[in-house]
Design a protein around this ligand. Structure first.
Ligand SMILES: Nc1ncnc2c1ncn2[C@@H]1O[C@H](COP(=O)(O)OP(=O)(O)OP(=O)(O)O)[C@@H](O)[C@H]1O
Ligand SMILES: [Mg+2]
Length: 238
């Protein structure tokens, strides 16, 4: 399957049409942004690592019965996906209090939450992704109450699968962001699951191995992403 014209260029990925209207190619670029695009950079191989990590995690989730937009890789950093209409809700799952959760609420940094906390934000950078509740999401026509309930259940199931998988590889999962979309009338997982969309801490040292390395100048981002890739997709280093 080949790329045709560009459909959309986001902060980190470029989406291309293909000759099949039901299929798109997602090009994972080396571009990096933080704070709604205020901070920008380019990191060689970052796109490749995120694409390969996303591939592996989408395959894992499909094996466990989670429907995703993932089809196959057409290049190291190019993923063939189903065309979906993205639901403009960023679904954030939190297991450990950190980042904006400790800035906005009286949670102690690093507190392990008794149970996962799901936060839904309106996907709109110009408004700085304001937090949603069900009634606002429904009033905005973003999704139905049934869809939101289904998305919540799926996000909790994904959390259990990813936590166990990453723990076996010496990684903690404080929080991550998911995007869902409609493939016809079916709601499936879209976008990516990578070091850009997850917080990942080394289980032994507590070191960040995710975009916080860039957000807060904590060191070598490429090395951090490579370390995660080495643990999740060791086969790409053979
Ligand atoms: N299967 C899919 N079909 C259609 N669009 C998708 C699919 N998966 C992801 N997308 C959208 O493609 C874009 C990917 O680009 P990227 O992640 O770089 O954008 P972004 O900067 O995070 O977000 P945005 O620019 O949308 O605020 C996002 O808008 C995402 O919602
Ligand atoms: Mg994105």
């Amino acid at each position: 399957m080949k790329k045709t014209d560009e459909l959309y260029s986001g902060k980190a990925k470029t989406i291309y049409h293909t000759e099949d209207p039901n299929l798109l190619i997602m090009d994972f670029r080396d571009s990096l942004t933080a704070f709604d695009g205020e901070k920008k950079s380019e990191v060689p191989k970052k796109g490749y690592y995120n694409a390969q990590i996303s591939k592996k995690l989408f395959e894992l989730l499909e094996e466990k019965g989670i429907k995703t937009h993932y089809r196959e890789m057409v290049a190291g950093n190019e993923m063939l996906v189903d065309t979906v209409s993205i639901i403009l809700v960023e679904v954030i799952v939190r297991n450990i209090a950190t980042g904006s959760m400790t800035r906005k609420y009286p949670f102690e940094e690093g507190t392990v939450l008794d149970e996962p906390v799901i936060v839904m934000d309106y996907k709109d950078d110009s408004r700085h992704d304001p937090m949603l509740n069900e009634d606002i999401a429904i009033a905005l026509g973003l999704a139905t109450r049934e869809e939101l309930a289904g998305i919540r259940q799926t996000a909790l199931k994904i959390n259990e699968i990813l936590k166990a998988y990453l723990d076996e590889r010496g990684l903690l999962l404080p929080d991550f962001k998911l995007e869902f979309g409609r493939r016809g009338t079916e709601v499936v997982l879209g976008d990516e699951i990578s070091c850009d969309t997850c917080r990942l801490w080394d289980k032994e040292t507590g070191d960040s191995l995710d975009k916080d390395v860039f957000r807060f100048d904590k060191g070598d981002l490429a090395a951090a992403y490579r370390e995660v890739a080495r643990r999740i997709v060791p086969e790409i280093f053979d």
